[in-house]
Write a protein of this length. Structure first.
Lengths: 152, 152
DNA sequence: CATGGTTTTGTACAAAGTCTAGAAAATGCC
DNA sequence: GGCATTTTCTAGACTTTGTACAAAACCATG
């Protein structure tokens, strides 16, 4: 059996910030509560990488909209539904990536900055056999980088 | 500029469990204290993936050998010296991999199991340009897998 | 065997994330 | 619309991973 790059593709659903958020959420089986819509508006305004902490801060910038538990619940829900991709590169927190197109990441270990690598800029060949009884849940490729002058 | 797979190579140092651990540690600039030797003996007996928690439990199985702080200090030290590779795939804890040869990982998201993929079984081509002013600190490729019958 | 730098230790602390029980909001049905 | 049922939200306590710190122990060297 051979695997192709297409196997990296996850369930991809794209929320269009120009269209009505509530009906798009309903379309993927998510009840569009006020909190979820507000969180979605922030995340899907443009492709971005945010931690739960950052989402919490932005959502509640002008008064209390959603609690910490709701942020975690909502991010987890969106990720399960394929609207967000969890990016695990920093042991201290999870990033949620609202760019659901196939792509990979640079992670600057000095600054904590996460940036996208378009899928076309990297090709994986000669893919390994998956262990028996398992199926792919996505492939993550992370280029860890360092600022060239930083002490290390 | 083109990158080759060799760029993935990190500082690689291999501890041989058959040889004297203390003198091998000394050779890489690590003072071989009793705690460090004991921790090294566990980690380098064979290639394995362990969390700090697991190391703590195994080290102190037959009486107190090392404290939590020492485990973290030692794992961090070994990783900085290139004896261990930190593997960040699970948001809840860091794995330390005593296989320092170039390789990648399967991570079973259902079981939390981490297994190796030999370097030869995967080839990366058409590598992306690194952002200006940065240098590589290693490339991680993680195949996230799921047990095929698991609910999801 | 005295000296002084390095390690280790216990404890306190910090931060990310989970859990829970009750309040509030959404939904479905008449 | 009104009302009952179900789902979601909230505040805060709790858990877990990991770090900070200061005192005690260790150990190489003269």
């Amino acid at each position: 059996m051979t695997y192709t790059h297409a196997m990296n593709e996850r369930t991809i659903l794209k929320i269009d910030p120009q269209q009505d958020i509530a009906s798009q959420l309903r379309k993927v089986g998510i009840t569009p509560t006020q909190q979820r819509v507000q969180i979605a508006e922030i995340l899907f305004a443009r492709p971005r990488h945010m931690s739960a902490d950052q989402v919490l801060a932005v959502v509640n910038r002008d008064g209390p909209i959603a609690s910490k538990a709701t942020i975690y619940n909502t991010l987890g829900l969106f990720a399960r539904k394929g609207l967000l991709r969890e990016v695990i590169v920093d042991p201290s927190k999870v990033f949620y990536d609202s760019n659901t197109a196939v792509h990979h990441h640079f992670f600057n270990v000095d600054t904590g900055e996460l940036t996208d690598i378009p899928s076309d800029d990297l090709i994986l060949t000669r893919m390994p056999e998956l262990p028996p009884g398992t199926e792919s849940a996505g492939i993550d490729v992370i280029f860890r980088i360092r600022s060239r002058d930083a002490a290390h």
